[in-house]
Write a protein that binds this ligand. Structure first.
Ligand SMILES: Nc1ncnc2c1ncn2[C@@H]1O[C@H](COP(=O)(O)OP(=O)(O)OP(=O)(O)O)[C@@H](O)[C@H]1O
Ligand SMILES: [Mg+2]
Length: 230
């Protein structure tokens, strides 16, 4: 579904990603973990065309998106939830979701399954986004990405700063959309337990390179933990 090959990424003159290659197969939930500042968010920003990628290629479902503007990548089927969510705090929950639809030229009807997935959203439909808890905002941000009916959902640290019960709900929702709709998911995390519990494949990043990859079932958790703390 998503294929990254030999990708370099830069902020100005400083190279952050160093020839990374990574594949997210259709129907899988792939996790990318690593310490602070190794380049996880930069990887997702590269996929969205938000940083310079002078070398390497990015393919989505057979389409070369390496040089596409961000908006076209989203329209090609990538639902992106950035780190720190970024919902509209002054707008209601419903307006946030409708904006997700409208920005993709879809009719303004929020699919029912979104509300089944996150029951808190219909309950708080008229509440301002900014008045939700961090975990509820994360659910709203994921829902807003899902209303566009993406081919792949990419999530940047969905558990960051969120209470355990909602972390569990988010993991359940991710697995549910994957199982029921076959949605492919690529998710970046620092919280290893969440990745071990909710993914099918794991990649570990150290300073701009991938240093370990495995099917989650066979993953060496203590080795990954070492890579993430050394
Ligand atoms: N806008 C920017 N301009 C310059 N350098 C940046 C910018 N954003 C990030 N960096 C640098 O790029 C490197 C990788 O950052 P990135 O945000 O991808 O890390 P990360 O793995 O997502 O970390 P975290 O777990 O803290 O979110 C870091 O050294 C960071 O300081
Ligand atoms: Mg990050």
């Amino acid at each position: 579904m998503l294929k990254i090959l030999g990708l370099d990424s830069y902020y100005g003159e400083s190279r952050i990603l160093n020839g990374i290659s990574l594949e997210v197969p259709k129907g899988e939930i792939v996790g990318l973990v690593g310490r602070n500042g190794v380049g996880k968010s930069t990887t997702l920003k590269s996929i969205m065309g938000l940083v310079k990628t002078p070398k390497g290629t990015i393919e989505l479902d057979g389409l070369d998106i390496t040089h596409m503007p961000t908006y076209e990548r989203a329209c090609a089927g990538i639902g992106y939830v950035p780190q720190g969510r970024d919902i509209f705090p002054q707008m209601t929950v419903q307006e946030n979701l409708e904006l997700g639809l409208i920005s993709h030229g879809k009719s303004a009807k929020i699919p029912d399954y979104i509300y089944d997935l996150f029951p808190i959203l219909p309950k708080f439909a008229q509440r301002r986004g900014g008045d939700l808890s961090g975990g509820q905002q994360q659910q709203l941000a994921i829902a807003r990405a899902l209303v566009t009916d993406p081919k792949i959902l990419i999530l940047d640290e969905p558990t960051e700063g969120i209470q355990p019960s909602i972390i569990e709900d988010i993991g359940t929702a991710i697995k549910k959309v994957n199982k029921e709709f076959g949605l492919t998911v690529f998710l970046v995390e620092q919280y290893l337990d969440f990745i071990l519990k909710n993914t099918t494949e794991i990649h570990v990043m150290e300073k701009g390179v991938i240093v370990y990859e495995s099917k989650t079932d066979n993953a060496d958790a203590s080795h990954i933990q070492k890579l993430m703390t050394s």
